[in-house]
Design a protein around this ligand. Structure first.
Ligand SMILES: Cc1cc2nc3c(=O)[nH]c(=O)nc-3n(C[C@H](O)[C@H](O)[C@H](O)COP(=O)(O)O)c2cc1C
Length: 355
């Protein structure tokens, strides 16, 4: 049904207009407690075999929505009701900003991909905090992804992230430092260990100071050289971070300017996951994202050492029931193999880290 709607109608409409209409509809749904609860009962993962615990947080299923869809924390509850095991909101910056000029979101239907150069359009950390403080009608695990405000120079980046962290860490189930989006000039330079160390250390101090100690992760680009992936992994261990999210979109493509997501990203995303697992073993939680489309993909990432898996582009092509269908299919496969998600994690990964 969604495929028909997509091929006949949605793909002919402006991608960003469809996106905003969807977020508005989901935000409206978030205000309708009964419908939200009914949907949650029908669609949210409920099989105990799907449950997984990471950095002290309980997730009802391993598949979550990647950052960039719910940039302003407007509809996380509705997304949870549609079957996502967690929702990563953001990227949120300390100050509100409009992002890049439109058009800035493009579908590449043939390759099952998307290119975006949104540029962190969002209403800022205070507005997001107000939304996150609203009481919740259905259970939802919310990760909060923070980034640098565009006009803030690199030399003041750490202070800018700290402003967002102070506002949002107390409201987050986990916090993510995003240094890997390609659409804020210079942002990815912050992945260099000399710049990343003080930045992560400063945000960690804030995350550690919340009443529950908020888990902290860093999100990296697929375009890092292998040695740099290792260097970030070592740094994450050194600083006592909780995990790494790999990967963001890639700039290695020949289409519109911007970051490419979806199927073409799959191979490199898995490669980075395997590399990270070989380096850190189970000492960090690895969250795998990039080109996840179906149950096979989730299964493969879990075996390769991911504790959690995320997707965004898959939902654009498969529709709102995407996460629910994957969790259901995963549940059936787990039963056939008489196993559970926690038992699968890292089963095909190399024995132990050398690091
Ligand atoms: C339209 C769009 C906007 C995105 N915005 C963000 C963002 O604000 N912050 C972020 O960390 N990642 C962002 N991403 C990257 C996704 O979170 C994810 O890492 C990437 O798309 C790969 O996953 P996928 O192939 O399942 O889409 C965005 C992706 C898309 C398609």
């Amino acid at each position: 049904m969604y495929r028909l709607l997509f091929s006949q109608v949605l793909r002919r409409l402006d991608a960003e207009a469809v996106h905003h209409a969807t977020v508005r509809a989901l935000a409206l749904l978030s205000t309708l407690p009964l419908l939200k609860r009914l949907l949650h009962r029908a669609l949210a993962p409920s099989d105990p075999a799907l449950r997984v615990t990471a950095f002290g947080v309980h997730f009802p299923g391993p598949l979550g929505l990647a950052a960039g869809f719910d940039k302003d924390a407007a509809c996380a509850e509705a997304l949870s009701a549609f079957g996502f095991g967690h929702v990563e909101v953001g990227t949120i910056t300390a100050h509100a900003q409009p992002g890049n000029p439109r058009p800035r979101l493009f579908r590449d239907v043939r390759r099952r991909a998307v290119i975006n150069r949104m540029g962190f359009n969002n209403a800022g950390a205070q507005a997001a905090a107000r939304r996150l403080r609203r009481t919740r009608g259905v259970p939802v695990v919310v990760g909060v992804n923070i980034g640098k405000t565009k006009v803030v120079p690199e030399s003041e980046a750490a202070a800018d992230y700290v402003t967002s962290a102070k506002e949002l860490a107390p409201l987050a189930d986990y916090l993510v430092v995003n240094v890997s989006s390609p659409n804020t000039p210079g942002l990815r330079n912050l992945q260099a260990v000399e710049l990343l160390r003080p930045l992560l250390a400063a945000v960690k101090e804030v995350a550690d100071s919340t009443p529950r100690r908020t888990p902290l992760l860093v999100k990296i680009a697929p375009d890092l050289a292998d040695d740099d992936v290792d260097a970030v992994a070592d740094l994450a261990l050194e600083l006592g971070l909780d995990g790494i999210i790999a990967t963001n979109t890639t700039i290695r493509h020949s289409g519109e300017t911007g970051g490419l997501s979806g199927r073409p990203l799959k191979e490199r995303s898995i490669e980075v996951l395997r590399r990270l697992r070989a380096r850190v073993g189970d000492r960090l939680t690895l969250v795998s994202v990039g080109g996840v489309e179906d149950v096979d993909d989730v299964w493969e990432r879990l075996l390769a050492g991911a504790t959690l898996v995320q997707g965004y582009t898959g939902m654009i092509y498969e529709g709102p029931l995407w996460a629910s269908r994957i969790h259901r299919g995963l549940s059936r496969r787990l039963r056939r193999h008489a196993t559970t998600v926690p038992e699968l994690i890292g089963r095909t990964a190399p024995d132990r880290s050398q690091g």
